[in-house]
Design a protein. Structure first.
Length: 211
């Protein structure tokens, strides 16, 4: 009898623990997913690329700080601490999300084709774009500050443009969506500058860095 009683108590405890775990899982909010790619109309600012020979770009994988190389959003909470938001995530790992957003932004501004995954057509000039995100600080209700560095290189004569740029965008409110919108604007600013570098190389001019 004592063994039977002990077994019953263990079964009840296990059932209670399982119920508690299920309740905890059920109370967790669902993950929210975000993208860095701005809508097409916003990324081009209504501009229509000039007609001419087709432009091909190749945007390489983007290097990002280790603390950002994750699917979760990372925001700064004070001067010494950052928060990794487990339930607020990018639609793909952050470095991939950033590469895709920059590639789409530059391509839309130039009316270009991104050949990063398909390869350059024979006898066609392309522009290889290598980008590094040097730093990114995002503060809810504050601002997003992003520092970029990049090189744009022509495939035919190897002429290149090398630039650095820091973009600061205000965050409209305390919601995560407000932070994402500010980050989209920062990426859009970098795409503007990179597209201008490509245009300069197309015209045989030197790079003009935005600062």
């Amino acid at each position: 009898m004592p063994n039977h009683k002990n077994n019953s108590l263990k079964s009840l405890a296990a059932a209670a623990l399982a119920a508690a775990l299920l309740a905890a899982c059920g109370s967790s909010p669902p993950a929210q997913f975000y993208t860095l790619s701005a809508p097409a109309s916003a990324s081009t600012n209504g501009a229509i690329p000039a007609q001419g020979p087709q432009t091909f770009i190749e945007v390489m994988p983007v290097a990002v700080p280790d603390r950002l190389a994750r699917p979760q959003l990372v925001v700064r909470s004070d001067a010494t601490r950052v928060d990794v938001l487990e339930q607020e995530r990018w639609s793909s790992p952050f470095n991939s999300e950033l590469r895709d957003a920059l590639a789409a932004g530059v391509a839309s501004r130039l009316g270009a084709i991104d050949i990063s995954r398909s390869g350059r057509p024979a006898d066609q000039v392309s522009y290889r774009i290598a980008v590094e995100l040097r730093d990114l600080d995002a503060v809810r209700g504050g601002q997003v500050q992003a520092s970029f560095g990049w090189t744009v290189t022509r495939s035919d004569d190897r002429r290149s443009a090398v630039c650095r740029m820091t973009v600061v965008e205000p965050v409209a409110g305390g919601a995560v969506g407000d932070v994402v919108l500010a980050m989209q604007k920062a990426v859009s600013g970098a795409a503007d500058a990179i597209a201008n570098n490509v245009k300069a190389l197309q015209a045989g001019q030197g790079a003009k860095c935005a600062g």
